[in-house]
Write a protein that binds this ligand. Structure first.
Ligand SMILES: C[S@@+](CC[C@H](N)C(=O)[O-])C[C@H]1O[C@@H](n2cnc3c(N)ncnc32)[C@H](O)[C@@H]1O
Length: 247
């Protein structure tokens, strides 16, 4: 496990612990999934479910919908929640994958846990509709800022056209500090994607109302959306707010 513990975080020798702490910053790193009070939808303000539901309406009877959790955790709990709600036991079209360096495989139906590296995803090009990463890509980026680009590139490669990726920035101070509009725009062009995030100011048009709502209702809101071109306008519209929603 030690290979993915970020520098500065110490684990006492031999002692079995759930989390480790950085003495200088007091930050935590969880070795196993913590028990989140909020599910993955709350982390991303319900956007993953909205996106899945929209795609379920859009897609034909035999067209698969693939969901990917990047750095899903040893037990892939959040992917498990999504699988329970939408997985192929409920709807044959929906396939849920969780990729992590470690996996304690559980036998949950509809959930596919894959042992693999987020920076070298063991998935084919253009195969994923909706991806998300909570406390994983941001953590990997914290270890080395270049990992952010690598991770985003890998997800962009695996996303289908119109596919969307949600990634939180919980751990990543470097990610916050290194936010650079030009860099993101350049990366977006290279990868054939559009980024939406309030920090870069790249959050425009489509999500303006959503942004205002989040600012009011979720002051700690910190995540980035990456959508692969050509953008699925209907999907993006479904993720933004309707006129009747208050801001
Ligand atoms: C804090 S946990 C978050 C787990 C899960 N996303 C959640 O929200 O419950 C961070 C996870 O990132 C995984 N991880 C770290 N580096 C990774 C890499 N290069 N590729 C895949 N997973 C990685 C760890 O194994 C760990 O399970």
């Amino acid at each position: 496990m030690n290979e993915f513990i970020p520098k500065g975080y110490e684990k006492e020798n031999g002692e079995k612990v759930e989390s480790i702490v950085n003495d200088e910053t007091g930050r935590f790193f969880f070795l196993t999934n913590r028990k989140f009070e909020n599910d993955i939808n709350q982390t991303f303000s319900n956007l993953p479910s909205l996106a899945i539901e929209k795609l379920k309406k859009e897609r034909g009877e035999n067209e698969p919908i693939t969901i990917l959790d990047v750095g899903a955790g040893i037990d892939a709990k959040s992917a498990g929640q999504i699988a329970e709600k939408y997985g192929n036991e409920k709807d044959e079209r929906v396939r849920v994958f969780g990729v992590d360096l470690t996996a304690r495989k559980n036998e949950q139906g509809g959930l596919n846990q894959i042992i693999g590296d987020a920076l070298q995803l063991p998935l084919q090009d253009n195969s994923v509709d909706i991806a998300y990463s909570r406390m994983a890509l941001s953590l990997i980026a914290e270890m080395d800022p270049d990992n952010l680009e690598k991770g985003l590139s890998e997800v962009a490669r695996t996303l289908k056209q119109g596919g969307v990726f949600f990634v939180d920035k919980t751990f990543s101070e470097k990610m916050e500090k290194s936010v650079d509009v030009e860099k993101f725009q350049k990366l977006g062009e290279e990868l054939g994607v559009v980024f939406y995030t309030k920090e870069t100011g790249l959050f425009f048009g489509t999500f303006e109302k959503l942004l205002k709502k989040m600012k009011n209702e979720y002051p700690d809101w910190k995540f980035l959306i990456m959508a692969k071109k050509p953008i699925n306008e209907d999907l993006m519209k479904a993720l933004s707010l309707n006129d009747k929603d208050t801001v």
